[in-house]
Design a protein around this ligand. Structure first.
Ligand code: ADP
Ligand code: NA
Length: 330
């Protein structure tokens, strides 16, 4: 009944890191290349949940767009655009906010984990999952390639779809499904018990995919491991080394068992393994980085791609929003 459509979102607050790439971007490109209809949204409205340095944000939005294109997002097949350039998101956000409750949103674990006891809670942070539902429903998204940590957000979205049906007796939204993404979360290079994240203030904890080769090598070589210099895989007991093996597996496409077996066969210690990993990452991203630099060099071309994406997104969003308002009597 609803045509298959996949929504992919990323906060453009800095160039995607290796975790974003392996956990998200690479999968989006596989989906696109196997024929899915993708909407790739640069979630810049979500990015300003934390106030940003305007010039830094402006720059990193373009860098994120260039990174995604350089990695293989094809603007002829996929829609790539900036969330803030389509007021429909915030309008639908308002309409949806009438369908849920403060209590329901306050129960979402990602929200609860961000709220410290007495600290003031930005209203935007609170509304984040509602805006996210607006993003999803605006495109009548059928599939979301996101991790299991997003299940509570998806449940809120489903709840609002049900409420909408309950009040207005119209079934206009598909219930979106998770597209299982099986890979392990990539973790911080400095504190391997945490995930690698753009919001980590410590830059050395991540590898941004368009980093200089020297930076990539240094970050990998300085990644925190443990006192055991052998290569073995155990995410609980040896999170540092296992994370490096996860990255190796994600980029090379080899299985973890093969990687460990070969490292043991070749008698690699963690230092030598890190060298190999750094080389693998550098070579994987080298051609992409050249393309990235070319894209950034032609700013007006890049902007025209995003503008074209916005127009295509707007066509879909206009229809949905008109339909929602009509059903609600607006
Ligand atoms: P971040 O958490 O770094 O700010 P985003 O929230 O913009 O990243 O997430 C963009 C996509 O990247 C999401 O699909 C998210 O699940 C994925 N992602 C983020 N961090 C990681 C990670 N460390 N490992 C695997 N996937 C990740
Ligand atoms: Na995030």
């Amino acid at each position: 009944m609803f045509p298959r459509r996949v929504l992919c979102g990323i906060q453009p607050s800095s160039v995607p890191h290796v975790g974003n790439y392996l956990g998200a971007v690479k999968k989006w490109i596989d989906l696109q290349n196997s024929g899915d209809n993708l909407v790739v949204m640069l979630a810049d409205l979500h990015a300003v949940t934390i106030p940003r340095e305007p010039e830094v944000l402006r720059k990193s939005i373009l860098e994120t767009a260039a990174s995604l294109l350089a990695c293989g997002i094809d603007p002829k097949r996929s829609i790539i655009y900036r969330q803030s350039q389509l007021p429909h998101h915030t309008e639908l956000n308002w309409l949806l906010s009438t369908l849920t409750t403060v209590q329901k949103v306050a129960h979402i674990p990602t929200y609860k984990s961000k709220v410290k006891d007495d600290a003031p809670i930005p209203l935007g942070l609170f509304l984040y999952p509602v805006l996210q539902s607006a993003d999803i429903l605006l495109f009548k998204t059928t599939h979301l390639p996101v991790g299991e940590d997003q299940i509570p957000h998806l449940q809120l979205c489903t709840y609002m779809i049900e409420k909408f049906y309950h009040y207005y007796k119209q079934n206009i939204f598909p219930v979106p499904e998770l597209l299982a993404t099986e890979t392990n979360r990539i973790r911080s290079l400095r504190r391997p018990e945490q995930k690698m994240s753009k919001s980590d203030f410590e830059e050395r904890a991540r590898i941004d995919i368009m980093d200089d080769e020297d930076v990539i090598r240094e970050r990998v070589m300085k990644a925190l491991t443990d006192f055991n210099s052998q290569i073995s895989y155990d995410r609980q007991q040896r999170p540092g080394v296992s994370n490096l093996i996860d990255i190796y597996a994600g980029i090379s496409g080899q299985s973890i068992e093969t990687i460990v077996k070969e490292a043991q066969r070749d008698n690699l210690n963690t230092g030598a393994f890190k060298k190999q990993l750094a080389q693998l990452i550098i070579e994987h991203f080298r051609p992409k980085r050249l393309e990235y630099l070319k894209l950034l060099d032609d700013r007006s071309h890049l902007l025209s791609i995003l503008e074209n994406g916005r127009e295509r997104a707007r066509e879909i969003a206009d229809k949905t929003l008109n339909e929602v308002k009509d059903v609600m009597g607006l």
